[in-house]
Design a protein around this ligand. Structure first.
Ligand SMILES: [Zn+2]
Length: 155
């Protein structure tokens, strides 16, 4: 894929937003048990995935947006299928059909929506770098130095 290095690539392949190599999630399939489990940091470049405590609470907003988009997509699909004569559909007569398909799809796609929300969320904050591993080594060194300076001040 020629998308490597773009946010779309990292989001859709659920890979590290910094290096686009390491996986975000421990289990490859979104439909296995433990599908919510994330690596603490990127196994490839060392980028910290849990950037601060509660970092992923914000992913709930993304999840909300995706859910709304899914309902809109169901509505548009039903309307288009009606327009091109695949089925007859009128929202006011067939509201239950709309609800049923929407809820069914949400249940079916829940694991994907969950992972996409987190993948999109972390991509809002982390930029791709070709020198990801070296960059994170430098970051870790600076963190260690700050810690040392703090503990010397407190001593
Ligand atoms: Zn990485």
């Amino acid at each position: 894929m020629g998308l490597k290095g773009t946010k779309i690539y990292s989001i859709l392949t659920f890979t590290c937003p910094r290096c686009h190599e390491g996986p975000l999630f421990v289990k490859k399939s979104a439909y296995s048990s433990g599908m919510t489990e994330m690596h603490k940091k990127c196994p490839n470049c060392g980028e910290l995935y849990e950037r601060e405590p509660g970092f992923y609470y914000g992913a709930a907003y993304v999840s909300y947006g995706l859910t709304v988009a899914l309902w809109v997509a169901v509505f548009v699909a039903l309307t288009v299928f009606d327009a091109i004569g695949i089925m007859t559909y009128s929202f006011f007569d067939d509201a239950l059909l709309f609800l049923g398909i929407g809820i069914g799809l949400l249940l079916l796609l829940f694991p994907i929506v969950y992972r996409l929300s987190r993948s999109i969320w972390i991509n809002l904050f982390v930029k791709y770098r070709e020198d990801a591993a070296a960059y994170n080594e430098q970051q870790a060194r600076e963190r260690a130095e700050r810690r040392k300076a703090r503990s010397q001040k407190n001593a």
